[in-house]
Design a protein around this ligand. Sequence first.
Ligand code: ADP
Ligand code: MG
Length: 352
Amino acid sequence: MKLSELGEFGLIERIRRSSAKKDFQAPIGIGDDAAALLCSPGSALLATTDMLIEGVHFDLATTDMGSLGWKSAAVNVSDIAAMGGSPRFGLVALGLPQRTTVEQVEEFYRGFGRLAGRHGMQLVGGDTCGSRSGLIISVTVLGEAKRKEIVARSGARPGDLVFVTAKLGDSAAGREFLKSGSGGRAQGSRGRSLGPKSQETGVRKLIEKHLRPEPRVAWGRKLAASGCASAMIDVSDGLSSDLGHICDESGVGAEIAEERIPLSKELRSAKGLRLPALAYALSGGEDYELLFTLPPAKRKKLRSLRIPVAEIGVITKGPERVLIDAQGRRTPLIPSGYDHFAGARAGKRRKR
Ligand code: ADP
Ligand code: MG
């Protein structure tokens, strides 16, 4: 169905019916001038927003609207997770090109709703506009955390250990397979399936990690509530850049052991990638894992939380950030993640 057949308010009404539910925490949601939301007593409100722009962050030839809805929620929820908080409410602003169908918008909200539902987040508002330059998505997420539990980027101290959850680099490798066409087309908007059955399951896993990242909300909450983490960030731009943000905000340096950086077996065994596996972890980005620091005395407590983590290095007085290889050779760890305004340098490597 064409958007023009429904009109702006018809579309909003559909979104409202399919997504919103009555919630005691949101006595007024979609449908009024603003949503009215309740916060838990003693909690701080966390607010974050991220945009996804067609041609910059995604390509509709390699992603589907459901994955896009999922991912636009996930990248924002991940920022709440990195503070140690819980997501509560989401707002979605859409700039829709004329060619968009009602079904595509509904598919977007199904993906968004699936991710939101997993983390107890409710859609409470947004905005809907026509766009003359591709699809534009802006998501705002409100979350909450107990004031004392919030983990900032600025808390790392010399001697703290550096940890990261799960594995790094899968998403960037998956993006490369998608772009090169060897991963097959994404499911959905164009009615094609995720590529031939014979396709290596490993590659499919990498692509899945790129299209539908899992924000680490439960792990972030545990790390915050236990008082383990001294500083935390989610890995959205690649280890080199995001570790740099912790160091900058904390006024410290870091030494990272190259061979301790956790790489999945799918990434290590993937054939046909342009770069060595490690490069995807250092500068690929969009992993949405948690990178955090920990005073050494808290190591045992961390273990008791049973979160899959890798200890990859140590915080120093700095300011140098150094990568140490298996032979003990030291090279500067230069932020090499995506920079929207860095021009050709980053643009050549990837769009995100
Ligand atoms: P206003 O003109 O006051 O900004 P709108 O007509 O833009 O109101 O929005 C009406 C209601 O629908 C508001 O509650 C708004 O938050 C919600 N809304 C608008 N667009 C969207 C959307 N794309 N997704 C979710 N909620 C939306
Ligand atoms: Mg409006």
